[in-house]
Write a protein that binds this ligand. Structure first.
Ligand code: ADP
Ligand code: MG
Length: 344
């Protein structure tokens, strides 16, 4: 996965915002301005937002608004707890239509778009399969492999976000098996929302890092942000690269999240063609100005593997992509090759 290489000094500021760690660094900022790092734990993931040259009121408003947004999406975009997505899935399962809030409707529509673009490699409508494999809850991991007949029955119906038909922002489907699981696209959408929140507050230099997927706004004290890429295997740094204003870097990997069934590890990314977890590719990194596209594309690249790398990078219009397969072979787009500095 990816980690930011610059080390942030950490003079803790006193503040009355619970459960957050503030860190400030000395910077060559204007009067009343400082750098500040905000740490959140949200939707099961560590989120760190580093703000450069901000005032205290800006940092305070950013904290409050980001925290409120993360709490909201943690509740409403997660299908296995009572919230909006849970209600949408329930309604569709019972054959009825349901009103979807505009932002969530937008994310679901984009998921459907990426399903079509990727020829089904990306599919955010396979929640029933996620459940079958116990990928959603540690307590739901089965002790034996799911039955092939159960997987086949789900896939025979061709579920997917693209099977949702919309009447304005009311969603319904004729499929018996569509269950939305936005795990492959949500972080990208949350990065996009975080950028909107910061820009609206007049904050134009920041790095938002959601569990290793990150968006860079502006620059870091006048210089482009630099990040390091770690080896998917032993986690040692293997390369570094600069990230320009407005770019998002997303990495999908099969090492970090998996379930273990009968002593064998199964990745949390499923191949929608077979219904089985992916094992042929280990990590895909995409850099793009559209965080939502970057997130969906990284997941699709893992599923497509080496054979489909060229077709998928073209289909998504990716200039900057990297794929490492299970034998350690690396596929790169030409621009990514130029951007990366390999560490010997
Ligand atoms: P990460 O969670 O490591 O950032 P991804 O963005 O690839 O990785 O998202 C993986 C999640 O997406 C899974 O946990 C699951 O919820 C969902 N998912 C699994 N397989 C697919 C797929 N083929 N297409 C879309 N979403 C998927
Ligand atoms: Mg993804």
């Amino acid at each position: 996965m990816i980690s930011i290489l610059p080390v942030f000094c950490s003079t803790r500021l006193k503040g009355n915002w619970p459960s957050l760690v503030f860190a400030a660094t000395l910077c060559a900022c204007g009067p009343q301005q400082h750098d500040q790092r905000l740490d959140f734990y949200a939707f099961g993931t560590e989120v760190s937002v580093t703000l450069y040259s901000v005032t205290t009121p800006q940092a305070q408003s950013a904290t409050e608004q980001l925290q409120a947004h993360y709490a909201d999406v943690g509740h409403n975009w997660y299908p296995w707890r009572r919230g909006e997505l849970h209600a949408i899935n329930n309604a569709m399962r019972s054959g009825s239509r349901i009103d979807v809030s505009p932002r969530l409707a937008g994310v679901i529509r984009r998921a459907a778009e990426f399903e079509l673009i990727s020829g089904g490699r990306f599919n955010a409508g396979l929640g029933r399969l996620t459940e079958l494999w116990g990928l959603h809850e540690i307590s739901a991991i089965p002790s034996t492999l799911p039955k092939k007949a159960d997987i086949t029955a789900i896939l025979a119906d061709s579920p997917g976000a693209a099977r949702i038909d919309w009447d304005q922002d009311r969603a319904g489907t004729r499929s018996d098996f569509v269950m939305l699981d936005l795990g492959g696209i949500a972080k990208g959408a949350i990065l996009e929302d975080s950028v909107t929140i910061l820009l609206d507050l007049g904050i134009s230099n920041a790095i938002i890092n959601i569990g290793g997927d990150l968006t860079v706004l502006g620059n870091v004290r006048g210089r482009p942000a630099r990040i390091g890429i770690r080896s998917p295997g032993n986690r040692s740094p293997i390369a570094s690269l600069s990230v320009d204003d407005g770019e998002t870097v997303v990495t999908s990997g099969i090492y970090e999240r998996f379930v273990e069934i009968a002593g064998i590890r199964y990745a949390h990314i499923l191949d929608p063609a077979t219904g089985y977890p992916v094992d042929h590719a280990v990590s895909a990194t995409v850099i793009h100005v559209d965080p939502v596209l970057a997130d969906a594309a990284a997941t699709a690249l893992i599923v497509g593997g080496t054979d489909e790398f060229d077709a998928l990078t073209e289909a998504f219009g990716l200039d900057l992509a990297l794929l490492i397969d299970s034998s350690g072979d690396v596929r790169l787009t030409p621009s990514m090759r130029e951007r990366l500095h390999w560490i010997e």
